[in-house]
Unconditional design. Structure first.
Length: 169
């Protein structure tokens, strides 16, 4: 977290220096430097807030053009409290790192590690109990990229396969 704060400060200083220079310099380069600085600030912001369930609406918003996301819903035939515990168990087996789990709101946040196709994804699980079964909403959102090269879908496939295997006796 300290590293991200230092990057953010450097990015802001970078923007201030290059935007405040006198107009005798090439204005096109100044614009490019400013855009690069803004990108650094946005990347640092995404990394800083990635581990908080409070920013779930930000990452999943249809208006967030900096985050590609994928949504899938499915039902499990067990009560929500048991499904919550089962999903937490399967998250560890799926290669995700569990960050936060709120049993009162039935929400879980896990992260997928960065790879050559993406900078990492936030994986959200939201459970809703209805009768004897539980509806599970799976959301995978990239941190700062417009396209994930199928990584969000692969996250779902990996998780669902492990979950399906865990119900097999």
């Amino acid at each position: 977290m300290r590293f991200i704060k230092h990057l953010l400060v450097i990015a802001v200083i970078f923007i201030i220096i290059f935007v405040s220079k006198d107009s005798s310099h090439d204005s096109h380069m100044t614009i490019l430097y400013a855009l690069a600085g803004i990108n650094v600030v946005l990347i640092c912001f995404n990394l800083a807030v990635r581990c908080s369930l409070a920013f779930k609406p930000y990452f999943l918003s249809p208006f967030n053009i900096f985050s590609a996301h994928f949504k899938k819903e499915f039902d499990v035939e067990i009560p929500a409290d048991l499904a919550f515990d089962k999903i937490r168990e399967v998250i560890d087996e799926s290669g995700f790192k569990q960050i936060t789990a709120d049993k009162d709101r039935l929400e879980i946040l896990a992260i997928a590690r960065p790879g050559f196709r993406s900078w990492g994804e936030n994986v959200y699980f939201t459970l809703t109990e209805s009768g004897s079964h539980t509806r599970v909403r799976f959301d995978s959102a990239a941190l700062f990229q417009l396209y994930t090269w199928g990584k969000n879908e692969d996250n779902y496939s990996a998780f669902f396969k492990k979950l399906d295997d865990s119900f097999t006796i």
